[in-house]
Design a protein around this ligand. Structure first.
Ligand SMILES: Nc1ncnc2c1ncn2[C@@H]1O[C@H](COP(=O)(O)OP(=O)(O)OP(=O)(O)O)[C@@H](O)[C@H]1O
Ligand SMILES: [Mg+2]
Length: 367
């Protein structure tokens, strides 16, 4: 039997606190404090975990305005929740994972707004067999991630909160303002769960597909909003894409060389088509059906890397990249093909240097 067959199957994606366990340990040891009640690290150490710290060897993980990150961290110290709103693929979920891991040591207490349709999923259900044998009691209670977060004093991630039905959003109100959940089936103290220090909610919501404006107004008042914008600087975005793809490739066990010049053309195209403006300031059509986010750029370059590795056994070519870019940019909007062609004809046609001429030579892919 080959080694391959014996190779232990690894998790496809580990939680942040596992991937960066060493960094979290380093930060805890070097932490100058003070640490808020119930937190693992001080706000300054949490900030370093997210933004990076060269002296301590902490990798930068999220590119954004530092002041905004500090605001979010501080709002998690208060008794208000934090809501990250923004376009798809701007790393809202990623930021919430990083913060939960650094503050509470776990990023896995997570609820998905769209998957919650009744109160049991939001708060608790019962273990039927214990319920039958012992009757209702704390032992028979199966707490949701939200209730566990309250009991254990940890940050709970609430993904796509606006997709959660309004009546259930309202059930969050007393939890956020009074920090208490009541279990009517249990008598006395057992029926009252008081949130421990360290509990808070960090929620995300996509500003494109589900309107945050439809969210319960009372709930909105109990959360601090922060708009997460796409990365503004092209060179920052290129650096993020290179770093993230290198990590994804390593996880996938593939070893291909990434040519900076071709990553640069891809990120530039995403940047321009997303902003509706070329780097030299001319306006261009935005695509209607594609997000063209940083996350999408990462997945296009990763797919091209896999293609290169499994099909040609060589480094990524511009053609492989373009093939995957077309799949990502042209989704269900027929007019987007015309818009992309127009962008090629008006912008790429006249570009020279880097890999631009090769991109132009591949224009038949979008005919
Ligand atoms: N500002 C940024 N800094 C670092 N990485 C970023 C940034 N923006 C995007 N990324 C990359 O994109 C990925 C973010 O995807 P994520 O799923 O967190 O986005 P999202 O905003 O939650 O999207 P959606 O609205 O579709 O849920 C990250 O893993 C990272 O690779
Ligand atoms: Mg998300």
């Amino acid at each position: 039997m080959t080694d391959q067959k014996h190779r232990r199957k690894a998790a496809q994606r580990e939680p942040v606190e596992v991937t960066y366990a060493e960094e979290l340990k380093t930060l805890a040891e070097a932490d100058p404090g003070p640490v808020p009640p119930g937190w693992r690290l001080s706000p300054r150490a949490v900030e370093k975990f997210v933004m990076g710290d060269e002296a301590l060897g902490i990798e930068p993980k999220f590119v954004a305005d530092r002041a905004m990150v500090v605001r979010i961290i501080i709002s998690l110290c208060t008794s208000r929740g934090s809501l990250l709103v923004g376009e798809p693929g701007t790393a809202k979920s990623w930021l919430s994972e990083l913060l939960a891991a650094a503050i509470s040591g776990t990023s896995t207490l997570t609820l998905q707004g769209g998957a919650i349709s009744h109160i049991g999923q939001l708060l608790y259900t019962w273990n039927e067999s214990i319920l039958q044998s012992d009757g209702p009691g704390r032992k028979a209670l199966v707490p949701s991630p939200l209730l566990r977060g309250m009991m254990e004093g940890r940050v709970v991630r609430f993904e796509e909160i606006a997709r959660c039905p309004q009546t259930l959003q309202d059930a969050l109100l007393s939890i956020l303002s009074d920090r208490v959940a009541v279990i009517p089936e249990l008598a006395g103290e057992d029926g009252v769960v008081l949130a421990r220090e360290g509990f808070n909610v960090i929620a995300t919501s996509n500003s494109v597909d589900t309107g945050v404006h439809q969210m319960s107004a009372a709930l909105k008042r109990r959360m601090d909003f922060e708009e997460i914008r796409p990365i503004r600087s092209l060179s920052d975005e290129i650096a993020v894409v290179l770093r993230e793809v290198t990590k994804a490739n390593r996880r996938a066990g593939i070893d291909v060389e990434l040519d900076r010049a071709i990553v640069e053309v891809l990120v530039t195209m995403f940047h321009e088509l997303r902003n509706g403006q070329t780097l030299d300031g001319r306006s261009t059509d935005r695509l209607a059906g594609a997000a063209l986010s940083t996350a999408e750029a990462v997945s296009v370059v990763h797919a091209a890397s896999l293609n290169a590795w499994y099909y040609s056994g060589s480094d990524v070519t511009i053609e492989q990249l373009m093939q995957h870019l077309v799949g990502s940019a042209l989704k269900d909007q027929p007019d987007d093909r015309r818009r992309l062609r127009h962008y090629f004809d008006t912008t790429i046609a006249s570009r020279t240097g880097g890999a631009w001429e090769q991109v132009w030579a591949l224009r038949s892919l979008i005919q």
